[in-house]
Design a protein around this ligand. Structure first.
Ligand code: DGL
Length: 283
């Protein structure tokens, strides 16, 4: 295992169009973002980090999530990423500001901003928006703030669903246990006429079909993975930083159990991966 050193001021980034896009999450959830970015930006080199040794983040304190997130940010900055995508709502809720400061002139996009923008753009009937996420994300009120900033009139109904992350990490996304868990968590939404439901955790798109089974087809489900991929493409285009030369490439790092991650990731992304490498984050 390679220990990771803190970047020094000498590491000042010089990035080009061919430099990679950095994406990270606590575990496999961020692969939903990877999949969308691969579709939206097929020529890019993506470097992904999943903190499999310390998942789940959503039940941890803000200070702990912040500390982990900055360690990962440092790792990806050392890989010379040209843009960083926070593919974890719990991190975005706890540490978005600190990550932006650490990144300096490297742009940082996050799934909360992306999800809120998509929800407001698509909610035109009742103005009632549901949000589901981890305890950390829902407890932070980050979605309420982001949505109210974009539309002061929006009415936001939030629900933490802490059991969904371990179920997703286990691959239990559509069996009886998953359906019954969703029914229990989502029961309170059945009496509210929601315009849209934001999947405020990047693990949750894995349950999209099961959520439809429970809540029906009328509801617009907002998957911030697609929204952040579009935001990333627009941002790179506006700066003329899109990689239009190379063939897409994907490098994957985790902090524990690389083989297990590789198996799950290949199943989810639908193609074979190169070796998933293991790294130790030591602050
Ligand atoms: N996928 C993450 C999120 O978007 C974190 C889940 C967790 O580690 O609890 O919040």
């Amino acid at each position: 295992m390679t220990p990771i050193k803190k970047p020094s001021s000498k590491d000042k980034s010089f990035t080009t169009k061919e430099s990679p896009i950095g994406i990270f999450d606590s575990g496999i959830g961020g692969l939903t973002v990877v999949k969308s970015v691969m579709n939206a930006l097929p020529n890019e080199h993506i470097i992904y980090f999943g903190d499999t040794a310390r998942v789940p983040y959503g039940i941890k304190s803000t200070d702990t999530i912040r500390q982990y997130a900055l360690q990962i940010t440092d790792f990806l900055l050392r890989k010379n990423v040209k843009i960083l995508l926070i593919a974890c709502n719990s991190v975005a809720a706890a540490a978005q500001k600190e990550i932006k400061t650490r990144c300096g002139n490297i742009p940082v996009l996050d799934v909360i901003e992306a999800g809120a923008q998509a929800a407001v753009a698509q909610s035109s009937h009742t103005g009632q928006i549901g949000v589901i996420g981890t305890l950390a994300t829902i407890g932070s009120g980050a979605y309420d703030q982001a949505l109210k900033k974009l539309n002061y009139e929006a009415r936001v109904y939030s629900r933490a669903c802490p059991l969904l992350v371990p179920l997703a990490e286990e691959g239990w996304i559509d069996n009886l246990v998953a359906i019954e868990t969703l029914k229990t968590y989502l029961a309170e939404f059945s009496n509210i006429k929601l315009d849209s439901l934001i999947l405020g955790c990047t693990h949750y798109p894995l349950f999209k079909e099961s959520i439809r089974k429970v809540l029906g087809d009328d509801l617009t489900i907002i998957d911030s993975a697609d929204s952040i991929a579009v935001m990333a493409r627009e941002h790179l285009d506006s700066q003329n930083r899109r990689n239009d030369v190379s063939k897409g490439k994907f490098d994957c790092y985790v902090s524990d159990k690389p083989q297990r991650f590789k198996n799950l990731a290949e199943r989810f992304l639908g193609h074979k991966l190169n070796r998933v490498k293991i790294v130790t984050l030591d602050g």
